[in-house]
Write a protein that binds this ligand. Structure first.
Ligand code: SAM
Length: 219
């Protein structure tokens, strides 16, 4: 387990990271404030803590990664979270993105497919006092019908296409942010539900994610 200390040194490195993200084009002040507030090093094993404030993804075990801070900021900015929005994250992983979302709204659900990561991250988030999210273990490509509809759904793994269940679980006005592509590169896509049967798709930068598994993912 990581040490739960957040020192001035950590905070200084976080401010430097946020300056870097601002220079790369992240402009939503609430998103930048969330990244400045969440101690990313606490989501790393102590031996790897030195990597926490570099703008890069890092292995978290089980063949998975904690996303790069730029990617977390980019996706969160596209999601456009308002203070009372109900948000679903697909791919809890380390729990870092979940903790960032919790700075923007208290109504966060997150679902993780991998049982080992789910069990570990549930304990970690509770220990960090970020237990406000409801955490689930299962196939997030099917969403969370019991907690739908959502104002925002953020998928943190690369999908072969738009999962129909996630589109159905968006509230009218809600946004789905999801990387879509092949196993090399994915285009960041935002789909906004403008009416019961009306969806608007926008495309943004290319990224490289681990694959989304499950019924609407890579099998
Ligand atoms: N958001 C994470 C974080 O902040 O650390 C990064 C997640 S990692 C890039 C992607 C995660 O998606 C992995 O933990 C993986 O196990 C999970 N995943 C893949 N397919 C999934 C699915 N169908 N449902 C839920 N989680 C899935």
């Amino acid at each position: 387990m990581p040490t739960l200390q957040d020192t001035y040194r950590h905070q200084g490195r976080r401010r430097a990271l946020v300056r870097e993200l601002r220079q790369r084009g992240i402009h939503d002040e609430r998103v930048l404030a969330a990244l400045a507030a969440v101690p990313r090093h606490l989501f790393f094993e102590p031996a790897f803590e030195a990597h926490a404030y570099q703008d890069k993804a890092f292995p978290i075990g089980e063949g998975q990664t904690i996303s790069q801070p730029y990617t977390v900021a980019y996706q969160t900015q596209l999601l456009g979270v308002q203070p009372h929005d109900r948000v679903l994250e697909v791919g809890t992983g380390s729990g870092y993105q979940c903790a960032v979302l919790l700075h923007l709204t208290p109504h966060v659900s997150s679902i993780e497919f991998n049982e080992v990561l789910f069990a570990r991250t549930r304990l970690l988030l509770a220990g960090l006092g970020a237990g406000g999210a409801t955490l689930h273990c299962g196939d997030g490509s099917l969403g969370l019908p019991d907690r739908a509809p959502f104002d925002g759904i953020l998928v943190t793994a690369g999908a072969p296409g738009l999962p129909p269940a996630l589109l159905r679980q968006l509230r009218v006005g809600g946004r789905l942010v999801i990387p879509v592509g092949d196993n090399q590169t994915q285009r960041m896509v935002r789909v906004t539900r403008e009416g019961p049967e009306s969806f608007v798709r926008e495309e943004f930068e290319n990224f490289r994610f681990v694959p989304l598994l499950g019924a609407s993912g890579w099998r």
